[in-house]
Design a protein around this ligand. Structure first.
Ligand code: 13P
Length: 249
């Protein structure tokens, strides 16, 4: 792993205020003595403000789980990139497979959201990944290529963009891609990023999908893996910290 690792926690639609504060406080304490990696937590929208308070003065980053492509307006239930920035976020996840599946977000929508994130000064964590049926049909690399080409906006650089490869079949299932599959897909993603982003060689590419303390070291040591996007295990401080500790530094 040539670049500084990024360990990102996607809390999804989990935790209440008390749990969130407790988890954030434990991670802030961890990051006080850990300077070899970047860590970010992405709480659900209603927890962003209280978690931002817990994170004041910490190197632990805050991220949203989604943003609208517009900066403001009549979009009931949505949250914009400038709003995330205003509340203390530095990151936002866009194009997560759960957003793509539950909200019909196609690549063009993801691209517009990532562009909105950049315009607001946020780092967009752009997610891609094939379904099990796509992998079984031999189409995994083509799907990931199409999603990367379709979801990265103009002007994406290593400073404002992180890519995350999350095979849909590995999310929340306890199944992980083999290290061989991870290496193959990350090499493929790297080649595409070199072509489509100015400094695509430096852009971080995270792996996500059932990353746990017991498999993190092998995944994080794989070529072209620059960190992890963690769901379930990011809800438990000791598990998330164990994953961070497994990152090569
Ligand atoms: P799990 O780690 O729970 O599989 O979730 C991965 C994910 O979707 C992170 O965005």
């Amino acid at each position: 792993m040539a670049v500084r690792p990024l360990i990102a926690g996607n809390w999804k639609m989990n935790l209440n205020l008390a749990n969130a504060r407790e988890l954030a406080t434990a991670l802030v304490a961890y990051m006080k003595q850990e300077s070899g990696l970047d860590m970010v937590v992405c709480p659900p929208a209603q927890l962003l403000a209280p978690v931002a308070v817990c994170l004041e003065g910490s190197s632990l980053g805050l991220g949203g789980q989604d943003c609208h492509a517009q900066a403001s307006g009549a979009h009931t239930g949505d949250i914009s990139a400038p709003m995330l920035r205003d509340i203390g976020c530095r990151y936002v996840i866009v194009g997560h497979s759960e957003r793509r599946a539950d909200h019909g977000e196609i690549d063009a929508v993801v691209k517009a959201k990532a562009a909105a994130a950049h315009a607001a000064g946020l780092i967009a964590i752009i997610c891609v990944g094939e379904t099990e049926a796509e992998r079984d049909a031999g189409g995994a690399t083509a799907v990931v290529e199409q999603q990367l080409r379709g979801s990265l906006p103009e002007g994406a650089t290593a400073a404002n963009t992180v890519a995350a490869y999350e095979p849909v079949w590995a999310i929340g299932t306890g199944k992980t891609a083999t290290i061989g599959d991870v290496v193959e897909m990350h090499a493929h993603a790297r080649n595409i990023l070199r072509e489509i982003a100015g400094d695509g060689g430096a852009l971080r590419v995270l792996y996500g999908g059932s990353v746990k303390p017991n498999n993190a070291a092998a995944i994080l040591a794989a070529a072209e893996v620059s960190g992890a996007l963690v769901g379930g295990a990011s809800l438990v401080a000791e598990d998330f910290i164990a994953i961070a500790n497994a990152a090569p530094k």
